[in-house]
Design a protein around this ligand. Sequence first.
Ligand SMILES: C[S@@+](CC[C@H](N)C(=O)[O-])C[C@H]1O[C@@H](n2cnc3c(N)ncnc32)[C@H](O)[C@@H]1O
Length: 263
Amino acid sequence: MNKAPLGRLIGASLGPGDPQLITRRAWAALQSGARWLYPVKKAEESSYALGIVERGGLPVPADAEALVFPMTRDAIALAKAWARAATRTVELLQQGRDLVFLVEGDASTFATFGHLTRVVRELAPEVIVDTIPGVSSFAAAAASTSLTLAEEDETFAVIPAAYGVEVIDRLLDEFDTLVLLKVKPLIDEVLALLEKRDLLATSCFIEKVGSPDERIVHDVASLAGEKVNYLSLMLVQNPKRVRGELRRGCRKTRPASPHCGSD
Ligand SMILES: C[S@@+](CC[C@H](N)C(=O)[O-])C[C@H]1O[C@@H](n2cnc3c(N)ncnc32)[C@H](O)[C@@H]1O
């Protein structure tokens, strides 16, 4: 007996908060008749991603469904939550209708959607996933603060601050700009490092960029001791970085190596 084809699983990146940053493709997916799924941290709690769409003026369909992704380090609780979310997603896909999963920021950047698709594929390897790219929090943060992430041959890196200040200290020697995501639990340690390296003046803190609660703090030292929101990041520029020599592999005159940039 032929099984009915599964619906497609669409990851709609909504940008970090301003509905004007929802791409036309994501907007079309939301209005395509696909069933909406949106992430929440707890049952009955509001969803930041859903809020972006609501501010954009789209009514939430009556059959939109929340999937719970708890913010916990408890591995067992997490595994259970992921299994529950993926099982429900597959159940809905088996009804043959497309699903559109609402993603805050960009769906390929530290997003729940990536992990959800992996677990869903373990249950239903044949599922077709369509990831719609979007504006990431740090791209919007750079634009809101008029800081550039990189120009010409500058380098920048995006890391979760949870790697700790020793790693951040080391990366400051390697990159002209660092984007520190998930900075909340380490904010005081990061500030102490920036003070030690004399980088407070070239750093900026951004919370809930693009939302009505957006907050931009240039005087980052004033944040010491403050409990900041989870949806916050820091942009750190290191104008004192000593750069290495640039290799111009593609432009070299010697014909020896076929590899670009590998001389
Ligand atoms: C799980 S990651 C999600 C990243 C998101 N997919 C993106 O493309 O930016 C969550 C972290 O991203 C950053 N973030 C996400 N949305 C943000 C926002 N609206 N304003 C500031 N930072 C945000 C924060 O550092 C937060 O701790």
